[in-house]
Design a binder for this molecule. Structure first.
Ligand code: SF4
Length: 225
């Protein structure tokens, strides 16, 4: 089968231990109002149009074998630094069947594998993929079900169920909390998130002021800033 990717970024340093290659999978079931990668939301191949009229195609299909070979190009450097590959997006778990083909090909090359996920995936997909990985960055966006629905379009119960499984899985993980003004940064929201996180590892990520820059390329505007 084929997987759809919209970017491969080499020598990343923020997406897990060591030097890494991060691969961004196209398509996400959520529509977070603050999304920094709106070109990763649609599962379709899209054309991005710059202000000067220049167009670029966003989205490329890969076989698992070809993508594994591409991602492993810097395998020696990654191994020396304790790095590896990070699956990002979009929502990588939305292409779980493809990941289940890709993961053994990368593992056979000795690569450390991580995922950045919203956790918005069927339990069977989440468990099948995550149990084969070395590390998980798991988003915590909101603790209020109504606000989660309003700001992401999703059912928080799906995420909470997967996080409960993750906590008992033995797979190392860190929570990532995007701190979005007017969405989840009130004292009550912060307290609810901190209580949920408890003693587990967590990174709080301030909203990027440049996050909205990609929306005009898609002929869209951001819902919040
Ligand atoms: S889960 Fe991530 S990729 Fe999907 S819409 Fe939200 S921020 Fe964007």
């Amino acid at each position: 089968m084929q997987g759809r990717v919209f970017e491969i970024r080499e020598f990343t340093l923020q997406d897990g231990p060591g030097v890494r290659t991060t691969v961004f999978f196209k398509g996400c079931p959520l529509r977070c109002a603050w999304c920094h990668n709106p070109e990763g939301q649609s599962f379709e191949v899209e054309t991005l149009t710059k202000a000067n009229g220049e167009k670029t195609v966003c989205g490329q299909d890969w076989s698992a074998e070809a993508l594994a070979a591409e991602l492993a190009r810097n395998a020696d450097i990654m191994a020396q630094s304790g790095g590896g590959i990070t699956f990002s997006g979009g929502e990588p778990l939305a292409q779980a069947d493809f990941l289940l083909e890709l993961i053994p090909l990368l593992k056979a090359r000795g690569l450390h594998l991580a995922v950045e996920t919203s956790g918005y995936a069927p339990a069977s997909d989440y468990e099948a993929v995550v149990s084969r990985l070395d590390f998980v960055y798991q988003d915590v966006k909101h603790q209020d079900a109504e606000a989660f629905q309003r700001w992401t379009g999703g059912d928080i119960g799906v995420v909470l169920r997967n996080i409960a499984w993750l906590r008992g899985s033995g797979v190392p993980f860190t929570f990532r909390v995007p701190v979005i003004p007017g969405v989840n940064d009130s004292a009550a929201d912060r307290a609810a998130i901190a209580a949920f996180v408890g003693d587990d590892p967590v990174e709080y990520l301030p909203c990027n002021a440049l996050a909205g820059a990609k929306y005009p390329l898609l002929g869209r505007t951001m819902r919040c800033r």
